[in-house]
Ligand binder design. Structure first.
Ligand code: EPU
Length: 425
């Protein structure tokens, strides 16, 4: 399906009620697909979300020689032999996750050429920690305007490396390189996101020896080869958080299933302060509007803090809180583009350096607006659901990159949301 020029049409003033089931985590499936490069016997991923970023990664793996089978949410990948070390631009230009193939390709194949993805809508996305770690492991890295190329003459060697700052894909990339390196690698100040833990579980099933899961220090004893494995992807905490936020608008009552409340503990605390009613039980979260919503001051942080990937969606909710809220973005330097679109709908938001100052409560009106990035698209869909009249969100591809069947899931909750345009071919 050609997803260019697709738009999302949303009928406004729709109350949501019912149950929604959370899909597997995109940001766990992406490194796990890259990890399939590390062995030749094949990996079976269950519960992987069939979103556009995942399709792009599968295509990139096919290009280096992977045999792939997609059966519902089950993805089988086997790479008996690496036939090409190139990750071409036309495949990876829409997703930055291709950098996750660098560590595994160097570890198994000794060379890699990753095309540079285009510019990123949410700010500078540095990869210097990835490259510094791989260089210390013995790789020669050359960067030009089109590619990041790496080569290692013998085997990667173990290192003792402290990340200068927290990086999710940086941790994942060095971890995947270390599992096939010569000796014992110690990685310090690692990211604590659940997706890193889920990757560790897959690598352990493939035979890797990694100690320290859930802590900032990971100790990896390198092996000469890894085996095949079967793995169940964890639920997507950002999708989970998005539907929980949706449940907080006036008149809504949603039960979020296949949830892991501990993945979004910080968000649940914030929403309780805002006045949203939340009950958790096992793997489900019941959320309903508490009537009046109150303003809050929050800032984004690495896990277990409030996730930057939920900042845009919370902004939409806070346009409905009575008073002045402030959201400070500390992870990315340009992640407020959704606020410009929300303002077109009637929101009162001022950006003061890295803080969005949101004055509520404001009525929103349906407009034609544009999604600038994945999480912005979800924030605008939430805005459309409470707006007066119809909202049309251009650049629907952004939503399709990371939310599995969101229009269908919202329809099951009683909304009217349609994807329009695109062509088959
Ligand atoms: N950073 C550096 N040097 C590095 C790596 C990162 O300075 O070598 C900086 C970045 O510039 C940024 C911060 O560190 O300011 C955090 O970046 P990080 O590397 O953690 O981000 P990422 O790994 O590129 C992943 C998710 C993002 C999510 C961030 C933060 C995947 C595939 N992507 O990106 O997800 O926002 O962590 O949690 O896991 C999304 O799903 O919408 C999304 C953007």
């Amino acid at each position: 399906m050609n997803t260019a020029n697709m738009k999302i049409h949303i009928r406004g003033k729709q109350n949501l009620s019912g149950t929604v089931r959370i899909s597997g985590a995109k940001n766990a499936a992406l490194p796990e697909l890259a990890a399939t490069i590390l062995g030749s016997s094949g990996v079976e991923l269950h519960g992987a979300p069939l979103v556009e970023d995942v399709r792009v990664m599968i295509e990139a793996l096919r290009n280096i020689g992977a045999c792939t089978r997609v059966d519902g949410n089950r993805i089988g990948i086997k790479i008996p032999e690496i036939k090409s070390d190139l990750v071409p631009r036309e495949i990876v230009q829409t997703s930055r996750a291709s950098i996750l193939m660098l560590g595994p390709l160097l570890a198994r194949h000794g060379h890699a050429r990753i095309s540079r993805p285009g510019g990123c809508a949410i700010g500078e996305r540095k990869i210097d920690f990835h490259l510094e770690g791989l260089c210390q492991m013995g790789a020669q890295i050359v960067e030009d305007k089109d590619h990041i190329s790496g080569r290692v003459d013998t085997r990667l060697r173990a290192i003792h490396f402290r990340f200068p700052g927290k990086s999710v894909t940086g941790t994942e990339n060095l971890l995947m390189a270390a599992v096939l390196a010569d000796g014992t690698t110690v990685l310090e100040n690692c990211a604590l996101e659940p997706e890193v833990g889920d990757l560790i579980d897959l690598l352990a099933r493939m035979g890797a020896d990694i100690q320290g899961k859930g802590t900032g220090t990971l100790v990896v004893k390198g092996k000469t080869s890894l085996s095949g494995a079967e793995h169940w992807v964890i639920p997507d905490r950002i999708e989970m958080g998005t539907y929980v936020i949706a449940g907080g608008f006036a008149g809504n009552e949603i039960v979020v299933e296949n949830a892991r409340p501990e993945f979004i503990g910080h968000l649940l605390d914030i929403l309780k302060r805002v006045g949203v009613k939340i009950e958790t039980s096992g793997d489900s979260i019941r959320v309903s509007s508490g009537g009046r919503l109150y303003p809050v001051d929050v800032e984004t942080e690495p896990f277990p803090g409030f996730a930057t990937d939920l900042q845009a969606q919370l902004t939409t909710l806070l346009t409905q809180a009575e008073g002045v809220s402030r959201i400070t973005e500390t992870i990315f330097d340009n992640r407020f583009k959704h606020t410009v679109e929300l303002q077109k709908m009637g929101a009162d938001i001022i950006i003061d350096r890295n803080t969005a100052v949101i004055r509520g409560k404001t009525a929103l009106t349906g407009r034609e607006i544009a999604a600038t990035d994945l999480r912005a698209s979800a924030a605008l869909v939430l805005g459309g659901l409470i707006a007066d009249g119809e909202t049309v969100v251009d650049n629907a591809y952004q939503l399709l990159r990371g939310y599995e069947n969101m229009p269908q899931k919202l329809e099951q909750l009683g909304a009217e949301v349609r994807l329009v345009g695109g062509s088959h071919g």
